[in-house]
Write a protein that binds this ligand. Structure first.
Ligand code: ADP
Ligand code: MG
Length: 477
């Protein structure tokens, strides 16, 4: 039997507002436990929530960027449930009328094909507190700092057909919310996390199979692994005559498996009703137009522009537009040099490699775009070769100053003077009479050997094209 995998993601993005969604309490991550939740976040009697305008504007930004409809009127509801990290007994969320609905985004698959993924809805809600299990010896601690943090829950259609597609979609949303500057995208801190709904069906069947929902996946790797595990588990159950039960499961990364957490609740278990303390959210046309006018260049727009402005391949453009900071850096380099492709290669190659190695973002690069461009200009004007440039770059990374200063201090200037190169060649030929004889009696392969010797004798500083030309003349002459 061939099985088809069906996946829909519910992604929670913590919005980057300075204060909570219904109170003035701060949202900063990492504060002392229980120092950032106020009476409104805790739902004390007699307090009233006030909606954070910035959170709504951020949701609208997402709606416009994801080709969705922005609802002129949406409603906050109370979702009632009991959990230790939710002492007020209900979560304020949007249910029947979400602020954003019916959109789509395009993702690029491994083979380069483009796939459209439907966005069912994106609604605003408040986050709950956090249960802490470490350090409490058989007990649990509760930190309510997160209570009331604004979330945008982005719900996809069940359009994804493999773990890889789910990861590609999650990466796109990660990139998009960062471009829109509505979420910091920090997955380790839980600023962006998702629940994966997974089912399987015999290939060709129209109806969906029963799904399991895997909660709270906070890395791309975990999403891929958890889904793959879950798919295998479901296929095994069905092939051995059983049936999948609809339930909520947890992914245990240490064991690389999913485990049941609770049986799936139905919407009516939550006793949703409109929150009597909050007015409907009204968004007029003028506001939507204003927000639309403020949208930044979106990832796919930037990618297309890098292709048309700089002649890059779609693949290079996709890497360089991974983040706005990366693209800005590249453009700052490219605008200062002649060969845009060389600029792209340095940013994607040596620079990205060094950033990864040191675990820092491009915003904190010790080599600025101007400094890198300064070095590339020295390659272009023949002062140094591409090979020597690698060591100049390392020195710049280590803080030794500008390319010019390093080239000067280390005496790295390329030798282009043909007289000087000829003298070195003469010496190399004199030192290697055996190889010279073999070469002249037909062993052409030794040409590379002589090039190597000349480069070695000049500490890599001879102009390689010049060396090739002169060697040919002198060997064959
Ligand atoms: P709930 O709110 O109860 O979690 P929804 O119907 O809103 O359920 O769906 C949540 C997510 O589950 C959506 O992303 C949707 O695309 C996905 N989904 C729904 N049915 C299936 C299914 N049979 N297999 C996989 N995903 C599904
Ligand atoms: Mg769900």
């Amino acid at each position: 039997m061939t099985w088809e995998v069906v996946i829909g993601l519910e992604i929670h993005a913590q919005l980057k507002t300075a204060s909570k969604i219904f109170s003035g309490a701060a949202t900063a991550f990492g504060a002392e436990p229980n120092t950032q939740a106020c009476l409104v976040d805790l739902g004390y009697p007699g307090v009233l929530p006030v909606l954070n305008r910035e959170a709504v504007r951020m949701a609208v930004r997402f709606g416009l960027a994801s080709h969705s409809t922005v609802a002129p009127r949406s409603i906050f509801a109370r979702k009632n449930y009991f959990y230790p990290d939710l002492p007020k007994g209900y979560q304020i969320s949007q249910y029947e009328l979400p602020v954003v609905h019916d959109g789509w985004v395009d993702i690029t698959l491994d083979d380069g094909a483009v796939k459209r993924v439907g966005i069912t809805r994106a609604h605003l809600e408040e986050d709950a507190g956090k249960s802490l299990h470490e350090d409490f010896h058989g007990l649990s601690g509760i930190d309510l700092n997160r209570a009331g943090t604004p979330l945008l829950e982005i719900v996809s259609e069940p359009d994804l057909r493999s773990a890889r597609e789910a990861v590609a979609y999650m990466k796109l949303i990660h990139q998009l919310v960062r471009y829109l500057d509505i979420c910091d995208g920090n997955m380790q801190e839980g600023s962006l996390r998702c629940d994966a709904n997974v089912s399987v069906r015999p290939l060709g069947r129209h109806e969906f199979g029963t799904r399991a929902e895997i909660k709270n996946l906070n890395s791309f790797r975990f999403i891929e692994r958890a889904i793959n595990f879950e798919v295998e588990r479901q296929i095994d159950i069905i092939e051995s005559g059983g049936s999948v039960v609809q339930e909520t499961r947890l992914y245990d990364s240490a064991r690389d498996e999913t485990r049941p957490m609770r049986s799936k609740e139905e919407a009516n278990d939550y006793r949703y009703f409109p929150d009597p303390d909050l007015l409907p959210v009204e968004i007029d046309r003028a506001t939507v137009d204003e927000i639309r006018a403020e949208l930044p260049e979106l990832p796919w727009e930037k990618q297309d522009r890098l292709v048309s402005d700089y002649g890059l391949s779609a693949y290079d453009a996709s890497l360089l537009s991974a983040s706005r900071a990366m693209a800005d850096y590249f453009e700052a380099v490219a605008s200062r040099v002649g060969d845009k492709k060389v600029a792209a290669n340095w940013v994607m190659g040596d620079l990205s490699g060094a950033l990864n190695k040191d675990g820092i973002g491009i915003e904190a690069s010790p080599v600025s775009a101007e400094a890198l461009a300064g070095m590339l200009c020295r390659i272009e004007d023949g002062t140094i070769s591409g090979k020597i440039a690698k060591s100049v770059f390392e020195a710049m990374w280590a803080g030794e100053g500008s390319a010019d200063a390093i080239i000067e201090a280390r005496g790295l200037k390329q030798i282009t003077d043909s007289g000087a190169i000829q003298a070195v060649i003469q010496q190399v030929l004199a030192d290697n009479p055996g190889q010279l004889e073999q070469y002249r009696s037909g062993k052409d392969k030794l040409f590379g050997f002589f090039v190597g010797q000349v480069m070695k004798a000049t500490r890599g500083q001879a102009n390689p094209a010049e060396v090739n030309k002169l060697l040919k003349e002198m060997l064959n002459g």
